[in-house]
Write a protein that binds this ligand. Structure first.
Ligand code: NAP
Ligand code: 8YV
Length: 319
């Protein structure tokens, strides 16, 4: 049976589909995954990983016969795709099947910020409602100007789910898309007009700190920042400063620069809603993602093809 080197956790349903056809070696069970690969890496054609763990660059040299890295997740910034191309290794991911779920997470955070869910909840839990009376009014989530940074699969799903709130939707990306929303070539100009900014681009160098102090300043003291993309997209230090100085109104964050570490300053603020990178984390959506990640491995073992290669695979090995 061909070996799959499994980096990070996988679901029972993925295990039960893979175990009859493959020998699974779990990096998490090994005292030193690197030492194991030094001895056995040449016998491993497959790696199964995820958006958090990716694969260490050093592992490529220890996997000379690697054919495919299947990523259980759509974002693959933790995989060095150039190294994979150089070594003729295919990389697949799970686009599409998680769009609706991540959009729900973005809305959950956005609505919680507008309606001050955390502060309202604290008012009840602390006993202040009974002791001090009614809580202050929050702000409506209806009829808002919402800027979306990244108008890909998930960006469009977010825009679709926002529709009942009758927003005016703006977007910024490097390219204008065929969508019925106003395009901004400048992220700063969009932030200046929007009530809330929702980040949903890929991670990696090209998007690193796209949301910096200038963008947060443009969003302004009433502005709301939602990040469901990657922690690297937002300059976390600048975000903390903006919130501490009341230069930004509120933030809803699913992703962080140094996960699972979340700075104490963010953990203490009542106007910040925090969830632990759970954008796609429901039983139903993880099942669909797991199925697609497994299907790519099964298909490749059967006939050498894959279902959902990352776009760079079409580019081929550099000349
Ligand atoms: P997608 O369909 O490839 O869309 C990506 C969008 O980002 C495109 O509109 C792209 O447009 C834009 N973009 C890329 N680089 C940019 C740049 N440098 N500046 C401005 N815009 C840029 O991807 P998707 O399926 O929607 O997924 C997006 C990302 O969401 C994933 O890569 C992942 O990081 C994140 N994600 C997070 C979770 C979670 O649990 N929080 C779950 C799933 C996905 P242009 O190419 O025209 O710029
Ligand atoms: C997951 C994600 O956290 O798909 C992505 O890019 O960030 C999430 O869906 C993860 O990759 C699943 O293991």
């Amino acid at each position: 049976m061909p070996k799959i080197f499994v980096i990070g956790g996988i679901t029972d349903s993925m295990k039960s589909r893979l175990e009859p056809e493959f020998q699974l070696v779990y990096a998490d069970d090994l005292e030193s995954p690197k030492s194991w690969l030094e001895k056995n890496g040449d016998g491993v054609p497959y790696v199964l990983t995820n958006g958090h763990d990716g694969i260490e660059d050093d592992y490529f040299a220890l996997l000379p016969n690697l054919k495919l890295i299947s990523n259980y997740g759509v974002g693959y910034d933790a995989i060095n795709v150039d190294m994979a191309l150089e070594q003729n290794v295919l990389v697949t991911h799970t686009p599409g099947v998680l769009d609706a779920e991540v959009a729900t997470t973005a809305l959950l955070l956005l609505l919680s910020c507008f309606r001050e869910l955390r502060a309202n909840e604290n008012h009840v839990r602390s006993g202040d409602w009974e002791a001090k009376g009614n809580f202050r009014l929050s702000r409506s989530a209806d009829n808002r100007k919402i800027g979306i940074l990244g108008m890909g699969r998930i960006g469009r799903a977010i825009a679709g789910k926002l529709a009942p709130f009758q927003p005016e939707i703006f977007y910024h990306a490097r390219n204008k898309r065929n969508v019925p929303y106003r395009y901004f070539e400048s992220l700063e100009a969009m932030a200046g007009e929007a009530d809330a900014l929702i980040c949903i681009t890929p991670g990696g160098e090209s998007t690193r700190h796209l949301v910096n102090a200038d963008i947060l300043k443009a969003l302004g003291p009433e502005g709301i920042l939602i990040n469901v993309s990657r922690g690297s997209v937002v300059d976390e230090k600048a975000l903390i400063e903006a919130l501490q100085n009341n230069a930004l109104g509120a933030a809803g964050l699913d992703v962080f620069e140094n996960e699972p570490h979340v700075p104490e300053a963010l953990r203490l603020m009542e106007n910040v809603v925090l969830v632990p990178h759970v954008g796609s984390a429901t039983v139903e959506t993880r099942r669909a993602m797991g199925d697609l990640a497994v299907d790519n491995l099964v298909r490749h073992f059967a006939d050498g093809s894959v279902i959902s290669a990352v776009p760079e695979m079409a580019r081929g090995k550099p000349a």
